[in-house]
Design a binder for this molecule. Structure first.
Ligand SMILES: Nc1ncnc2c1ncn2[C@@H]1O[C@H](COP(=O)(O)OP(=O)(O)OP(=O)(O)O)[C@@H](O)[C@H]1O
Ligand SMILES: [Mg+2]
Length: 340
């Protein structure tokens, strides 16, 4: 659906070239919710804005639904932008226009007949849950309601893609949750491809299918959220995962029973149906290995249940190895954190 190939962006800062994006290759699939996470200044906004050419890349190609955006002139670009909606952290609403007029704005630009605009605006107001608020002004709305207007406006021209630049960063956690479920509903109902950028892992784990981690203008890690979240490889990714998971933040603490001799610290990860099965219990009963759970999370990544436990295996020589082999044999991921 969206292909970025070798995308570079340099900014001219007082005659000096500063690289904001370095050789970005990304493929975003039709109908998915794709997240891009990174620290402040990593290049997130620059990256998402190259998708609709609000920023022209210094080099590389951007292809959206088969159209090479980098090659379009102003007129064609304006037309193409109707199929790419965008929402912003600070909503970017017209303060002097009502909710209905804000939503109607792109439809008037597209020169739709008046009656059709009125009908479409009413439909959009219903879709985003703002029925009865059409004649209010932005100043009379809460942050969450303002973002709903932003979403309705972005969807007005029936885009194929919705770009979200930190769309929930100005909202409290509860309102963030409500806006994220609205985005998820819209993705499911309309099949629209959503690309969002954020610095919050919570946003990624709540609604994204796949994620890319950007650091210093480069993609340092990429994959399904279940992989990246449960087995982060890059240091930056680990930092983000630690925002929402105690397990990732664990040091090498043990139960402290050093005198017990053999102790092996493992991180056990299971996804899907196994989350609700007594695999750990059965394995330990079979092998007779005493164990202590030092840390544990059972939660969901979008719709996928998962569990991650840090377990200390104790006791007889060889017992831990046998238990690890059995757990792996049952399809669990077991990472040995510390041996001995
Ligand atoms: N118009 C500009 N002129 C010069 N430098 C810029 C411009 N826009 C961005 N930059 C620089 O490019 C880099 C990436 O900026 P960008 O806004 O994409 O980061 P970001 O990840 O969106 O950060 P934040 O989370 O703070 O929004 C930064 O070093 C920034 O200072
Ligand atoms: Mg930004």
């Amino acid at each position: 659906m969206i292909h970025l190939k070798g995308v570079m962006k340099n900014y001219d800062v007082g005659g000096r070239q500063v690289a904001a994006l370095r050789n970005i290759d990304l493929t975003i699939r039709k109908g998915e919710i794709f997240g891009i996470i990174g620290h402040s200044g990593a290049g997130k906004s620059t990256l998402i804005r190259t998708i609709n050419m609000l920023e022209r890349p210094t080099a590389g190609e951007v292809v959206v639904d088969g159209v090479e955006m980098t090659k379009l002139g102003t007129g064609k670009l304006q037309l193409e932008r109707r199929s790419i909606g965008m929402i912003f952290q600070h909503f970017n609403l017209l303060s002097s226009a009502t909710v209905a007029d804000n939503i109607a704005f792109p439809l008037r630009l597209a020169k739709l007949p008046k009656e059709e605009i009125a009908r479409r605006v009413e439909e959009l107001i219903g879709l985003v849950g703002l029925t009865g608020h059409g004649s209010k002004y932005p100043a009379q709305l809460s942050g969450g309601q303002k973002q709903r207007v932003g979403i309705a406006r972005a969807l007005a021209t029936n885009p194929k893609v919705l770009l979200c630049d930190e769309a929930t960063s100005a909202l409290d956690p509860q309102t963030t949750g409500a806006i994220l479920s609205l985005l998820l509903d819209i993705n499911k109902q309309l099949g629209i491809t959503i690309v969002l950028i954020t610095h919050e892992m919570n946003v990624i784990r709540t609604i994204c299918d796949r994620v890319a981690v950007i650091d210093g203008g480069e993609i340092v890690e990429e994959g399904p959220v279940t992989d990246v979240f449960l087995k982060p490889q890059h240091r930056t990714t680990r930092e983000f995962v630690a925002q929402v998971s105690d397990v990732a933040a664990i040091g090498l603490e043990t139960s402290g029973s050093a005198a017990a001799g053999n102790r092996t610290l493992v991180r056990v990860t299971y996804i899907g149906e196994q989350t609700y099965q007594p695999v750990l219990y059965e394995t330990m009963r079979e092998t007779n290995v005493p164990f202590v759970i030092l840390q544990g999370t059972v939660s969901k990544l979008k719709d996928t249940p998962y569990g991650q436990l840090v377990v200390e295996l104790q006791g007889q020589e060889g017992g831990a190895e046998q238990a690890i082999a059995l757990l792996r044999g049952r399809g669990l991921d077991v990472e040995v954190i510390q041996h001995g």
